[in-house]
Design a protein around this ligand. Sequence first.
Ligand SMILES: Nc1nc2c(ncn2[C@@H]2O[C@H](COP(=O)(O)OP(=O)(O)OP(=O)(O)O)[C@@H](O)[C@H]2O)c(=O)[nH]1
Length: 480
Amino acid sequence: MVLAQLGGTITRAIQQMSNATIIDEKVLNECLNEINRALLNADVQFQLVRNMQNNIKRIVNIDDLAAGHNKRRIIQQAIFNELCNMLDPGKPSFTPKKGKTSVIMFVGLQGSGKTTTCTKYAYYHQKKGWKPALVCADTFRAGAFDQLKQNATKAKIPFYGSYTESDPVKIAVEGVDTFKKENCDLIIVDTSGRHKQEAALFEEMRQVSEATKPDLIVFVMDSSIGQAAFDQAQAFKQSVPVGAVIVTKMDGHAKGGGALSAVAATKSPVIFIGTGEHMDEFEVFDVKPFVSRLLGMGDWSGFMDKIHEVVPKDQQPELLQKLSEGNFTLRIMYEQFQNILKMGPIGQGQEKESQAKIKRYMTMMDSMTNEELDSSNPKIMNDSRIMRIARGSGRQVREVMEMLEEYKRLAKIWSKMKGLKIPTRGDMNMRSRNMNAQHMSRVLPPQMLKQIGGMGGLQNLMKQMGSGKDMMGMFGGGES
Ligand SMILES: Nc1nc2c(ncn2[C@@H]2O[C@H](COP(=O)(O)OP(=O)(O)OP(=O)(O)O)[C@@H](O)[C@H]2O)c(=O)[nH]1
């Protein structure tokens, strides 16, 4: 995903700026210009980028920066907030309720992935115990009904459509009525994405919308359409009251910035993103984790980095010993995953998705040999091993590679623990006091403190990890 590049460029720009000895207006401008270029390259609309720059300049007080405060954090925070604001229209979209009938109409240009997305949306809810149903109101494209029928059959979702009826309004109304009678709680209406004339397409959408009175209209947009995103989204919004956006094909080479433009144009939030052609390649979209990821601040990563919190106390010394030797193996990662899953279902949304991901990763690791699991050298994972693991676990090569990337990322974080002197009992007594970063900094070996990024880095790390108490747990402080 090119989005990762965008995140990288932004992070580098901030890094470069914070390396400068004196931060003045000029240095800040250079940094913001670099960020602007990155955003424009990622297809974010020009006006949005401009507004963002102005807002950041208003928020960031150059004198504060010059006074030696943590410049990087101040600017990163301002950028984070601005990107979140861009993606957050300020009001949530209509959220259907299980057991209560809702009609959701999908609109979008042909090829945007609308039909696929309708099925993914239905399937996502079906898995959670809803009773969804699909209505094909696209009578323009021959084959549209067949496509929907095929998808729906595969997912065992009831569907409605017609090979002979040419009036989309009639089909939509009949379909919605039928499924209301059948007590379906999520009636999804797929509409046409093309017409001989654009005006006719929008007119048809208006009529379907008026006749079926949907609770929510979802605009589906292909993330690879680039700078055209804003205008396209706006055109739809002007015709029907779009209330939410789903951005598709985020797995490809799309730059993703179009998502920001679509939100701005429709004043509606992105609710899901499509990340592949398969039915389950569909993710709930949360603004903050998305932007964190964009800026390399971690969301899923944040979740993962907390794994120490779930290490049972009796295993902590052993784990710590291994880590202090610099051996973060795939087996250790596997064991930590088991600990996380033992905690049972936690929370909703992002965290739930993370758990599903962990399960996928574990299935892949189940297809690994002992040698692979116990090696701390990622280089042994050559192509043929990766392919074997993918075959063995029924997952795609790309997924195995993603899992290995995650392992490498974690190994890098944990490698900071290498050479760590395990605190003595005397140090441990400090736990009884209210542990804070100051205390921690005295307990830690100076070399390690430096690696973490000094006091500032330590404070951040502690915040990320929850509390000083947990942190001590991680460093071998058992309850005894
Ligand atoms: N890689 C990837 N492909 C997707 C995604 N969503 C949809 N597609 C593919 O995009 C193509 C177009 O999707 P459709 O669902 O047929 O498009 P549509 O917008 O419904 O088109 P009409 O029914 O003609 O309006 C298909 O090949 C889908 O498999 C996604 O998130 N990622």
